[in-house]
Write a protein that binds this ligand. Sequence first.
Ligand code: HEC
Ligand code: HEC
Length: 286
Amino acid sequence: MKNITLSAVIATGFALVGTAALAEGQPPAEIKPLVIDGINIVAEAQAPSHMDIPAIYSGWEFRAEETQVLQLDDFDNPGMLEVDAAREAFNTVDGAAGKSCASCHEGGPEEFKGLAAVLPRWNPDQNALYTMEDYINYCRTARMQAEAWPWGKTQLNGMVGLLNLQSRGEIRNVAIDGPVADLWQQGHDIYYVKQGQLGMSCSSCHEENYGVRIRAEILSQGQTTGFPVYRLKNAHLNSVENRFKGCMKNMRAEPYKPGGPEFHALELYVASRGNGLGIEGPSVRN
Ligand code: HEC
Ligand code: HEC
């Protein structure tokens, strides 16, 4: 806990328990194979060369067994209800152009196999960094003449879940050079800067203290390969931004604007910290 003032942490209820509070990040107690409905998910890998830690792990590895098992079979995964609703939305006409997603994407959601593994990425047509949410809302507004779905809410999170599901087991491999190099650097800087009343950065918890118990939870590396995440806490699929926002509130920092440039840069950077891990979303977490 070199960089966290422990008294401030405890004052707000973020007590890091026992001697572990003095430790560096440490691997999960036990690495288990993550196999979802017969698909093998790489949940432990060598860290990408841009990182200072030896290995990366899926957040699943840090969860308690009763949470882990909910993700091993789609019938047990409560997030699949929202994915089913998105599958219906995919086939439902909406907007002034009188089209559904399926009108144009005739191959169904399966057309998007592999896409989640490489997002966010540079979209040369729009000259912008694009997440899955951006692609979906671009099609809705420009191609369907329908309303954009609000960031971080059920419809968009569910559709991201449906499309990400098509990449289950694929290895995350987001590009960090070329046109996104500056944005990646910006995301990196956000990740390491101390902000909020507790003087913490993302790295204070997810790089320096993964494997350490904080309140009732074991800290993971804050990977995003499991998104959207069905959280037992709010009984919904949560987007990457939903999670970032929650962590920033816990840091007593002001969350960035939904869908804004800071969150985009941060999402790219955090995704790149998972290069080498398998895509597993929608996953189940506390
Ligand atoms: C009027 C036709 C049309 C409709 C309706 C439409 N799209 Fe698209 N969509 C396209 C075209 C054209 C592209 C760009 C070329 C491509 O990648 O297929 C695209 C691209 C995408 C991409 C990025 C694919 C990639 O590999 O870069 C996603 C994701 C996507 N659409 C999702 C959706 C979803 C979800 C809906 C419904 C909410 C939808 N689209 C509705 C025509 C459409
Ligand atoms: C005070 C410690 C703390 C800080 C600082 C913090 N987080 Fe978290 N974060 C948590 C806890 C606790 C969880 C839930 C358990 C876990 O997965 O670590 C979590 C979960 C996550 C997850 C979900 C991981 C998964 O597998 O579902 C992501 C992603 C994440 N954090 C990103 C961030 C980012 C980005 C920042 C900086 C803006 C940040 N966190 C700052 C405590 C923190």
